[in-house]
Design a protein around this ligand. Sequence first.
Ligand code: LLP
Length: 419
Amino acid sequence: MDWLETRNGRLHAEGVALTEIAERFGTPVYVYSRAAIEQAFGEFSRAAAGREVLVCYAMKANSNLAIIDLLARAGAGFDIVSGGELRRALAAGADASRVVFSGVGKSANEIRFALEAGVRCFNVESTSELRRLSAIATACGRRAPVSLRVNPDVDAGTHPYISTGLRENKFGIAHDAAIAVYREAATLPGIEVTGIDCHIGSQITELAPFVAALDRIIDLAGQLAAQGIALRHLDLGGGLGIDYDGERPPSRQALLDAVFARIDASPAVRGLEVMFEFGRSIVGNAGLLLTRVEYLKSNDARNFAVVDAAMNDLMRPALYEAFHRIVPVVDRPGTALRWDVVGPVCESGDWLGRDRALALEEGDLLAVLSAGAYGMAMSSNYNTRPRAAEVMVDRGQAHLIRERETVESLYALERRLPD
Ligand code: LLP
């Protein structure tokens, strides 16, 4: 994370002291680096240079308008999973023709909205969805561009909750059923078959699962071509992992090189446009959660550092037992003890890190690293906690990109019963 450096014993983000950000915007606060986001996306772009490739950003990882805007300006497309995400993308200035629509449960309203907006492709996950889409498109006098999301039954080797490419997962159309569904798609009046799609999971740290899934897709594309169903693109999903705790995922370049080598060697797909849907690997390491220690307490068994961020702000540890590095913002001399870093929420699952060696005093600031993806995006208001502010640093300046929520706004939509 080269956007973070220690100067005079204080952690700085793109040259701005995190102590200053905490003072100005309060804590907890998410802090992102513009340069780090652009650098990550730029690596994908450079690895794809000279080819027909659309790198879509999976908005679910972090859908703040400032981030969408930066990525749109850098040439990204967007992978959306709801009508809400489409509205956000459009509000941030993205072009619908660069948006692909994924997800197992698209409602009729969402489909209509996306058709009218002119999205580039619907990644269809079932026969029922395909028929619904055809009927709606026909009624609107359109044909919907479609790729079928194929479930390749490949083990991504990641946490079961974020693995999506196995038979037992709810996602996609089974590999062996795909040809029949494509044949039906080719006969439906409101459907224009344009591609094939797969996504096998998230936080994948090996090349092999990506290549195995690609091979299954290439195999299907060959069978489809033989039956006269021509594809224009392959969508290979997202899923590239990041370093949270010393993991060493393949580089962005290495992944794309491996993919293109396979594609170039396969006549069935050579020359097709290639799309990706990366989320975590674009924003994950470009953000941190800044929090302040409220209380230190110890018993016979443990030392607890109670901080002002909680599971409602960063749910990944509670949900997946995910690891995030936690580092002090100001170097403090003294002996490190082992601390469980926990939040104020009334659940034992409310922890951000366990058994961390830190020299701490009450009032200290801590940075929870690698929190740019699936952090703010998954936050909630549990315990009537307003969601954190979000700040982006850019060339020495810190910009507020989302205000801290007010408590009043949390119940503004609620109504008491009449007497
Ligand atoms: N495309 C599809 C269809 C997806 O379902 C996902 C993620 C992505 C792309 C982006 O995957 P990425 O490049 O970010 O790995 N909340 C979990 C992660 C859930 C991922 C869900 N799907 C976490 O915090 O680890």
